[in-house]
Design a protein around this ligand. Structure first.
Ligand SMILES: Nc1ncnc2c1ncn2[C@@H]1O[C@H](COP(=O)(O)OP(=O)(O)O)[C@@H](O)[C@H]1O
Ligand SMILES: [Mg+2]
Length: 156
């Protein structure tokens, strides 16, 4: 478990960019934290660092946003609006979690137990004017991912 202080929005974006380094097909990233904690901001930083030049918006109303990058497909989920597990199961989103895709999930706790396990979890919390991130690897791949991110991380 690693704690990182994020004094401003740019820091959250940089953390996302640092996480882009270890991204590989099949990886699953869970993003936890209340509304406004910076989850989507982090995804934006990650996608920009992967070379995505378009708009990165919150998928809150659509549950899913697909980004086709040169080397991989990245699925950005936001389950804030999922009411119960049955909605998740019937939606068939589980098929997106496969060895070829990268899945980034906001509000994973709302998807019920049927979600693939994360390799890495990032929790964001409010800290004064800024945020604090807690990064927890949940698999061997996740540990390597975190190590790669920490090597790239630049506090300012
Ligand atoms: N480290 C930070 N310090 C201060 N504000 C931040 C930080 N990271 C993100 N923000 C701001 O928080 C707001 C909400 O961010 P967002 O990424 O949409 O949150 P979430 O997806 O968790 O609901 C945005 O206005 C963003 O600029
Ligand atoms: Mg969001």
């Amino acid at each position: 478990m690693t704690r990182i202080e994020l004094p401003d929005e740019a820091a959250t974006t940089r953390l996302g960019a640092a996480l882009a380094g270890g991204v590989a097909p099949g990886r699953v990233l869970f993003l936890r934290g209340e509304l406004g904690a910076g989850k989507t901001t982090l995804v934006r930083g990650l996608l920009r660092a992967l070379g995505y030049a378009g708009r990165v918006k919150s998928p809150t109303y659509g549950l899913l946003e697909l980004y086709t990058l040169s080397s991989l497909n990245l699925y950005h989920f936001d389950f804030y609006r999922v009411k119960d597990r049955s909605e998740w199961v019937s939606s068939g989103f589980r098929d997106y979690f496969n060895p070829e895709s990268v899945c980034v999930v906001e509000w994973p706790e709302r998807a019920g137990g049927s979600l693939a396990p994360a390799d890495l979890e990032v929790s964001l919390e409010f800290a004064g004017e800024g945020r604090r991130a807690t990064l927890t690897p949940c698999s061997e791949a996740g540990r390597a991912w975190l190590d790669a991110a920490l090597e790239r991380w630049q506090p300012a």
